[in-house]
Write a protein that binds this ligand. Structure first.
Ligand code: PMM
Length: 388
């Protein structure tokens, strides 16, 4: 007898084992994904629901851990699937079917493209978003080029290095950074957005929390709004994005850059960030933003300690489980320095490694300063993952 423990973090190992024994590729893939383990945390459940769940789990061989008002159910995805069907699940668990059905559907068919204004971004390969900060201190080159031309040249270099999107931002969101008026922000970003669009460099994203800035950028040809406040700063942003059919990146944070550090308090950071992002996405859809246009971002460094950021990176699949494409902004962040001891100007290697880990855990979009280095790391990471 020969016994081998197969890799369990990817269905690929089971698919390959079945294919090697004569299974056709589709049934092999379905079988492999069906026996993948699934763990779901169910909160705010009634006592009747909890009892029904424990009873069902005992009968069907799923594992259940439970306490007051919550339950954790675990088992192969195919074993838990009946709970998402009204005709198969116990009547007492009817409330569980829709959210569980959504989770299973998103796992079976992950989003393959992201709808942005005037186009779509394929998500089968890593998507790199080049950072183009145009705050006054960003592009000082001793006066050789105007800061606008220097920023546009830098954008051209990022695009040539492999960025499919250029994220132009005119407001620093560092902890405690001074707020900037909409007019000031427009004055900073618009000359750069206009020139990038005119020269056809990349698709342009505008990194702003303000509807007035987003409107000006969209009018000039930007395709994406990257809102670090996750629609919580300016009520005008969501209707604008909906009407313009802009792609949106909705990032998680708590409070504002001025107050966020004091709000970095979590019992269970990945599950809490996932729940808060799910609520943000639901608000976006209620405001008319198409589901296909939404990307979620856990907001590394925003209202999170270094330890929270490490947990989030490790448990990124919990954020991916919300069911939308996931972007990560890891570039040069402080927690990378906490792990490596490197100062901010020497964190691009750590960034590239962190992006490779994030890809492996399901992130698809990567907002970085050093596009070339990150692209190399992601080329390797994506070469090891199956695209079936
Ligand atoms: N981080 C910063 C700014 N904008 N946008 C998204 N979507 N995600 C991020 O993590 C993010 C962001 C701050 O970083 P920077 O000062 O290096 O641009």
């Amino acid at each position: 007898m020969k016994v081998t423990a197969l890799a369990a973090h990817t269905p690929e190992a089971v698919r390959a084992a079945l294919a090697a024994r004569g299974w056709e590729s589709q049934p092999a893939w379905f079988a492999a994904t069906g026996i993948e383990p699934l763990v779901v945390l169910i909160e705010d459940i009634t006592e009747t629901e909890r009892e029904a769940l424990v009873h069902w789990a005992t009968k069907s061989g799923a594992d259940v851990l439970t306490g007051d008002g919550w339950a954790l159910v675990a088992g192969a995805a195919s074993r838990l699937a009946p709970l998402a069907r009204y005709d198969r699940a116990p009547a007492e668990l009817a409330r569980l079917a829709p959210p569980l059905g959504q989770i299973l559907a998103a796992r079976a068919v992950p989003p393959r493209s992201w709808a942005i204004r005037g186009g779509a971004v394929a998500l089968d390969k890593p998507v790199i978003i080049g950072i183009l900060n145009v705050t006054p201190d960003s592009f000082s080159d001793g006066g050789r080029l105007s800061s606008v031309d220097a920023a546009v040249e830098h954008g051209a270099r990022l695009a040539a290095d492999g960025a499919s999107l250029l994220d132009v931002g005119g407001e620093s969101t560092r902890p405690g950074a001074a707020p900037v008026s909409a007019d000031e922000e427009i004055g900073r970003v618009m000359p750069v957005v206009e020139k990038l669009v005119k020269r056809g460099i990349g698709a342009v994203s505008v990194d702003t929390r303000k509807a007035a800035v987003a409107r000006a950028a969209l009018d000039a040809g930007a395709a994406v709004i990257n809102d670090v406040s996750g629609l919580s700063f300016d009520p005008g942003l969501a209707p604008l994005a909906a009407e313009a059919r802009a792609g949106v990146i909705l990032m998680h944070m708590r409070g504002t850059p001025a107050t966020m550090d004091s709000l970095a308090k979590y019992q269970d950071v990945a599950a809490e960030v996932a729940a808060e992002l799910a609520a943000t996405a639901a608000r976006a859809e209620t405001a008319g933003i198409a589901r296909e246009g939404i990307v979620l971002d856990p907001g590394f460094g925003f209202a999170k300690t270094a330890e929270h950021n490490f947990r989030l990176l490790d448990e990124l699949a919990t954020i991916v489980g919300v069911g939308y494409p996931v972007a990560v902004g890891l570039s040069r962040k402080r927690f990378l320095g906490a792990a490596t001891g490197r100062p901010v100007e020497d964190r691009d290697r750590a960034t590239a490694v962190a992006c490779a880990l994030a890809w492996e855990r399901g992130a698809r979009l990567f907002r970085v300063h050093d596009v070339a280095l990150t692209r190399e790391a992601l080329s390797l990471a994506s070469a090891t993952t199956s695209s079936t």
